[in-house]
Design a protein around this ligand. Structure first.
Ligand SMILES: [Zn+2]
Length: 189
């Protein structure tokens, strides 16, 4: 009985020792890495949540309607779709970051290849139509046509690229498309 009690006391003593001085966990050293990462993730998720709430708040508000026709006319003329005064292009097809007159951001467009596709469509129809018409009446010699049609194609393409790109940017601006709409939540960073 005595022995049994002492063994019990010994076991309780061991338990107390283990509870008070736990053996170092194999994961313990990794906590020094895990905790800062967790804190960082928490801070980032808080930032994202704040940005997301701003985004939802912004998106839930009806955006001011813009005159699409007026904007496209201004874009065709190479002017800022917002005020119609400032220049839309710095160089041939290089859009200025913001309007020099009204400070409206203009580099948020996503025109990409659409101006080129539209120019090909327009110039193709004009030049092929003209070629067929002149071929019907047999107006020009073959050697003259070999000069006229490529030159006309090149000149028309160069003349149309800037106004077409301007009109597309103005259309995107007027419809609050892409970067012209509500700011993306991740763009706050
Ligand atoms: Zn402007």
């Amino acid at each position: 009985m005595q022995e049994c009690r002492s063994e019990e006391a010994y076991n309780i003593g061991l338990l107390k020792r283990d509870l008070l001085n736990p053996a170092p966990s194999p994961f313990a050293p990794r906590l020094s890495i895990v905790v800062p990462i967790g804190k960082l993730a928490l801070r980032h998720s808080t930032t994202h949540l704040a940005a997301m709430s701003t985004f939802i708040e912004h998106a839930s508000q009806p955006e001011a309607s813009r005159d699409v026709g007026a904007a496209i006319r201004r874009g065709l003329a190479g002017r800022c779709p917002h005020c119609g005064t400032g220049r839309l292009f710095g160089r041939f097809l290089k859009v200025v970051p913001a309007c020099a007159t009204c400070a409206e951001r203009l580099d948020l467009h996503r025109a990409d290849d659409l101006p080129a596709y539209l120019v090909i469509l327009i110039v193709g129809h004009v030049v092929v139509g003209a070629m067929l018409a002149f071929e019907t009446f047999d107006t020009f010699s073959t050697s003259a046509q070999m000069f006229i049609w490529p030159t006309l194609t090149l000149v028309l393409a160069l003349l149309l690229l800037q106004p077409v790109k301007g009109a597309i940017i103005a259309l995107q601006w007027a419809l609050h498309m892409h970067g012209f709409g509500a700011p993306h939540p991740l763009e706050h960073e």
